[in-house]
Design a protein around this ligand. Structure first.
Ligand code: FAD
Length: 258
């Protein structure tokens, strides 16, 4: 299988750097082909702007969506964007690896998503009608592929528990899992989260690699997070709210789990 590891940490000698090397080596040892997009090493341009197309804006002003659509449809995207899209199409599984920074991904990785997820590639795909609202949330360009996060945090596991001060980790990661990965079609696997990284010594690092290795070995078999597909009948269209008989009494992120 083909695995794309998109990695966002500025320091190769960091914990994340070591885990990235471990993950790539483990996957390769299992016979998988691995490509790593090391965003800092690539000097990845994080900001989406008019220079993302090789031609000037099509209208009087730059329109981030419509110019993205035009560039994608006409082969006018900047080369770095097109290359990352090809890697995504090549991959059977995609891993996003990053330290949790301000309760989300580092800006360079968010910028990778914003630029690589072009209109027509990751959104604006498929028919909109009374029965369907585009190919998204379980359908789309990246359907059939698996995705997983490897995330490190400074906070403790209890800080991210159901009543923890930071909020539950599943809630914090929901916009990435559901909004960034499930939206263009990925089957999203439970994340691999390493908490309290300030307390990492050699023994814990070895144990962490052991557990991570087992997770990577089950990349193809572990059941995905059971989000409801948008066009599978769970949602009213066009309101796109859950039907009353689905997850009755539940609201918020957890209601979208089957
Ligand atoms: P490093 O700092 O490189 O290493 C962590 C520990 O692992 C160190 O003790 C190091 O000695 C050890 N280590 C490294 N490599 C190895 C190795 N090969 N073998 C054994 N031990 C090793 N945390 C939160 O919980 N929530 C937040 O919202 C949040 N926001 C942040 C925002 C910013 C801007 C920053 C800078 C940090 C934030 N943090 C937050 C903390 C952050 O998540 C952690 O600092 C990060 O996850 C640690 O990962 P690292 O790769 O940088 O670790």
């Amino acid at each position: 299988m083909n695995v794309l590891l998109v990695y966002a940490h500025p320091e190769p000698r960091s914990l994340n750097g070591a885990l990235k090397d471990f993950a790539a080596a483990r996957l390769e040892a299992s016979g998988h082909a691995v490509q790593v997009s090391d965003l800092y090493a690539m000097n990845w341009k994080a900001s989406l702007d008019a220079s993302d197309s090789v031609v000037p804006p099509i209208g009087k002003r730059f329109d981030p969506s419509l110019d993205s659509k035009h560039a994608f449809e006409n082969g006018l995207q900047s080369e770095d964007i097109a290359r990352e899209q090809q890697k995504l199409l090549w991959a059977d599984a995609v891993i996003l690896q990053f330290p949790l920074w301000w309760f989300s991904m580092p800006a360079i990785l968010k910028g990778w998503v914003e630029r690589v997820y072009a209109y027509g590639f990751a959104y604006g795909v498929g028919e909109h009608s009374d029965a369907r609202w585009g190919d998204r949330y379980g359908e789309g360009t990246l359907a059939g592929k698996r995705a997983m996060l490897i995330v490190t945090t400074g906070g403790w596991e209890s800080h991210y528990g159901p009543r923890g001060i930071n909020g539950p980790i599943d809630d914090i990661l929901f916009p990435i899992h559901h909004g960034i990965l499930y939206y263009p079609g990925f089957d999203v696997l439970p994340p691999f989260v390493i908490y309290q990284t300030g307390k990492m010594d050699q023994a814990r690092y070895t144990a962490t690699c052991e557990t991570l290795g087992q997770r990577l070995d089950t990349l193809w078999t572990v059941p995905p997070i059971p989000f409801h597909p948008q066009n599978g009948g769970a949602y009213e269209i066009p309101a796109l709210t859950l039907r009353d008989d689905i997850a009755p009494g539940k609201a918020g992120f957890a209601a979208h789990l089957g």
